[in-house]
Design a protein around this ligand. Structure first.
Ligand code: FPP
Length: 259
């Protein structure tokens, strides 16, 4: 069994723990929280935290791809984030443009494919263009999927799915008795991910312990980890530590431990 030794920098007294490269979670979802607090601690404007957070997205994407993660879903902008001051919203809307204009060659080099979930039609034209270009430029990559949740909300996603299913019933294409989990899965924004739609591991940074309207259906059996670092401080070692913690959990999916 291939193992990688990981020594914690933060507490040298801790016994070293091992990362099992044969049991890497296939789908990791991350709520990237704490950009504003990271900036405030440094007496910087909140947007400086988002800028640094974008660098962390690059670091973590490459790290996850090298570890063999199949899908990395990042909560970049929620349906509720429109309530923030317009200057911050505008800055956040520019970030995908800046990110993809500098990072697509690295994504291609690492065989990473960009996907997006959420209603991007509400984003500024140039942001939509940058996102769509990145999707097209990486469409041939068949390594890790980097899945951005942009103008995404779990309740919005489920509401849209219910409407589509109701419409199919109304048109006589579907009988209500046929509505099961697979019918619902097919109408969710994660449908293109197929059997990888549900995250194995959800990480939220910055110590908050909430789901915040993220992947409400898909997180049903995910392992949840709330880590103290603010997102701009999260790095490759933080990711490895989270995976080691995941590997120590016993996933039961409602069954018994030894099943
Ligand atoms: C939450 O921190 C973070 C966000 C709402 C934005 C996340 C966006 C990025 C990390 C950059 C995304 C990059 C790309 C390429 C799209 P917060 O502002 O709520 O932090 P706080 O809770 O400390 O105020």
């Amino acid at each position: 069994m291939e193992e990688k030794r990981l020594f914690s920098k933060k507490n040298a007294a801790e016994p070293p723990t091992a990362l099992d490269l044969n049991r890497i979670p296939k789908h990791i979802a991350i709520i990237m929280d704490g950009n504003g607090r990271w900036a405030q601690k440094r007496h910087l404007p909140r947007v400086a935290g988002h800028k640094q957070g974008m660098q962390t997205v690059k670091t973590v994407t490459i790290a996850a791809s090298r570890l063999g993660v199949k899908v990395l879903t990042l909560y970049a902008f929620s349906t509720e984030n429109w309530k923030r001051p317009s200057s911050e919203v505008n800055y956040l809307m520019q970030l995908p443009i800046r990110f993809f204009s500098t990072f697509v060659p690295d994504l291609v080099k690492n065989n990473v494919r960009v996907m997006v979930m959420g209603d991007i039609s509400r984003l500024p034209e140039k942001t939509q263009q940058a996102v769509n270009d990145a999707i097209a430029d990486t469409a041939h990559c068949d390594g890790m999927v980097l899945n951005f949740a942009l103008n995404y909300g779990g309740r919005d996603e489920i509401t849209r799915a219910v409407k589509k299913i109701a419409d199919q019933v109304k048109k006589g294409e579907l009988d209500p008795s046929q509505v099961d989990e697979s019918v619902i899965n097919r109408q969710l924004m994660t449908a293109p991910l197929g059997e990888l739609a549900d995250p194995d591991l959800l990480i939220r940074t910055s110590g908050e312990e909430r789901i915040s309207n993220f992947l409400l259906w898909q997180l049903a059996y995910s392992e949840l980890e709330f880590v103290p670092e603010h997102w701009p401080d999260f790095d490759e070692e933080s990711l490895q530590r989270a995976i080691i913690e995941f590997q120590g959990r016993h996933r039961r999916f409602g069954g018994l431990k030894n099943e």
